[in-house]
Design a protein around this ligand. Structure first.
Ligand code: FES
Length: 142
């Protein structure tokens, strides 16, 4: 007969063993990867006309994501979508069209249009998202 204490220990061990595959999978994700999953759906973030008028389409809560989309300076027919969350301490990073960078207002971090770190304390690039123009809409896969 199993006593209560033994049962509790066995239950704890069972929970630990059953959670190991999840923990191992979580640890195997590439920490240098900064591209979002390609499993999501394309969602409209705004119109091409608004992008061209404003120079950026920003939405701080597009299905829970804080995103910014700009035209690719090296290929203006395409667009670049990034998470506008600074990888240093999480401030929202607005697009600065004059300087051609995402400029963090908190500690001076600066990111290139493709999200890579240009300057300052951010330790990693901005997360990028697949994006495209479809008709008059700008779509981001999230
Ligand atoms: S939060 Fe952006 S540079 Fe510190």
């Amino acid at each position: 007969m199993i006593k209560r204490r033994e049962f509790t220990n066995l239950l704890g061990l069972g929970l630990l063993v059953s959670s190991l595959p999840v923990a191992i999978a979580a640890c195997q994700s590439d920490p240098s990867s900064s591209t979002s999953s390609a499993d999501g759906e394309f969602v409209a973030i705004g119109t091409v006309a608004a992008l061209d008028t404003e120079g950026v389409l920003a939405n701080s809560d597009l299905q829970g994501n804080n995103l910014a989309v700009i035209r690719n300076p090296n290929a203006p027919e395409s667009v670049i979508a990034v998470s506008a969350v600074c990888t240093h301490s999480g401030c929202t990073v607005p697009w600065n069209a004059e300087q051609g960078v995402f400029a963090c207002p908190c500690h001076g971090g600066r990111f290139n249009p493709d999200g890579t770190v240009a300057d300052g304390p951010p330790p990693r690039p901005l997360t990028t998202f697949e994006a495209k123009i479809d008709g008059d809409q700008v779509l981001v896969r999230i």
